[in-house]
Design a protein around this ligand. Structure first.
Ligand SMILES: *Cc1c(COP(=O)(O)O)cnc(C)c1O
Length: 432
């Protein structure tokens, strides 16, 4: 059979005609670029252009692309079996991964539920909280408190706890569960804790606690909802308030986990432990889709008392290939001193991005761990700005007023400089 090769343009035309991309219009899609291959910190397009990656493919590819160790781990698992159902069967990759996750996350988290994606792990977390209170004789505790400016995923329950304005709430009013929102934590990672903020949470808890199952928050950094950094001490106080009002504390570490904020988990900036924690994104080193919801014995055994079972079980639960990739990724992560390595990246990004502070278009430059943010005064147009970055040989995908970097941890100083220079140039051409 003769295989007829399509041209690059034919592929791109088909893409435009057939495929949805994230948050895009089917009639006026933003431009998309055809990828041929990727290795280390570089993505090569079909037109031959090579881009330095500043995004880690939505914050997941922490060790870079095409890593020999992760490749080998997947291949080895592939030669055994790629999937078996997790109902009634189990396997070493999942067991070993659970062991690793429990060892590296805060002490109280001792039980693991695997699912397919971050959003689903959030659904699982919310269901765990509701089921827990049900077995504790408090079946009315079915709702959640969450700060505005949060992002927890795109499925329905996850959407219900996303920022009500920037999220998609207005489109789905009526279809979403109405949760209780408090203000976002005041920004400034080193700014002193504001008592009024804690009072606001206390007031909400006091008024509604009989109906509240949990408080869900992204620890230390609110990511997709605005790249907002806040003082971790808020979380210590929130823990106390949750305990006072019988509310479970849920940390969504899907973006912040696995070193991104300069510690293994953002929770490690605090002295406390959540009752439930979600991880995803970087879990498999960005190789495959996998997420996990971890919880403590109190919740896990509480749900299970008097013959109770947890009511969730995805078809591809604990997929062995994904678990093998995750095991390899976590072994790689263990090979370096996260605190030292990520603080080096932070220093490089601070240096490289600091010239942007001089631009009239720029409101603020801030860095934390392997996150570098240039906040502009005005929103950018992806249609306009994305091709400019590609032209400059970098892969950076801004949203709203935010141009940011979340590069793979293997990035070099030279590559960071190239990314930062591109940001400076592109930002300087934006409207003031
Ligand atoms: C990306 C993200 C999610 C959703 O994860 P998906 O894998 O895209 O479903 C949830 N919470 C946070 C904090 C995220 O950054």
């Amino acid at each position: 059979m003769v295989k007829i090769m399509k041209t690059q343009q034919e592929y791109l035309d088909l893409d435009k005609q057939l495929l949805w991309h994230p948050y895009t219009s089917m009639s006026h899609p933003s431009p998309h670029f055809l990828v041929e291959k990727a290795a280390q910190c570089e993505i090569t397009l079909s037109n031959g252009k090579t881009l330095v990656d500043g995004m880690s493919s939505w914050w997941s590819v922490i060790h870079g692309y095409n890593h020999p160790t992760i490749n080998a781990a997947i291949q080895e698992q592939l030669s055994q079996f790629s999937h078996v159902m997790f109902g009634g069967l189990t396997h070493k990759p999942a067991i070993e991964l659970a062991e690793k996750l429990i060892a590296m996350t805060p002490r109280d988290l001792q039980r693991v539920f695997f699912s397919d994606s971050g959003s689903v792990s959030v659904e699982v977390a919310l269901k765990m909280a509701i089921q827990y209170w049900n077995t504790q004789g408090k079946p009315n505790k079915q709702f959640f408190v969450t700060p505005k400016s949060g992002y927890h995923g795109d499925t329905f329950a996850a959407m219900s706890v996303c920022d009500p304005e920037n999220g998609m709430h207005n489109l789905f009013t009526g279809a979403l569960t109405r949760q209780h929102f408090v203000s976002p934590p005041p920004t400034g990672i080193h700014d002193p804790v504001k008592r009024e903020y804690l009072e606001e949470i206390r007031h909400t808890f006091q008024t509604h606690h009989q109906h509240i199952a949990g408080f869900i928050i992204e620890p230390v950094v609110q990511n997709a909802g605005g790249m907002r950094f806040y003082n971790p001490a808020y979380l210590d106080h929130i823990r106390t308030l949750c305990d006072e009002f019988d509310i479970l504390l849920i940390f969504d570490e899907i973006a912040t986990g696995f070193g991104r904020t300069g510690k293994p988990f953002a929770t490690d900036h605090t002295n406390i432990c959540p009752d439930i924690m979600c991880v995803g994104k970087a879990l498999t080193g960005g190789y495959m889709t996998l997420a996990a919801t971890l919880t403590n014995d109190k919740v896990a055994l509480g749900i299970s008392q008097e013959g109770g079972v947890f009511m969730h079980g995805p078809t591809f639960m604990g997929n062995p290939l994904a678990c093998a990739a995750a095991n390899a990724s976590l072994s790689l992560l263990n090979q370096y001193d996260i605190v030292e390595h990520i603080s080096q990246l932070e220093t490089w990004m601070k240096e490289a991005l600091s010239p942007c502070e001089q631009l009239k278009q720029v409101k603020e430059v801030r860095c934390l761990g392997a996150i570098g943010v240039v906040e502009l005064n005005n929103s950018v147009s992806l249609h306009k700005i994305q091709p400019k970055f590609v032209e400059l040989g970098v892969w950076i995908r801004p949203f709203g007023k935010l141009i940011y970097l979340m590069p793979p941890y293997i990035i070099t100083q030279k590559q960071i400089n190239k990314l930062a220079e591109a940001i400076y140039k592109v930002a300087s051409e934006e409207a003031i």
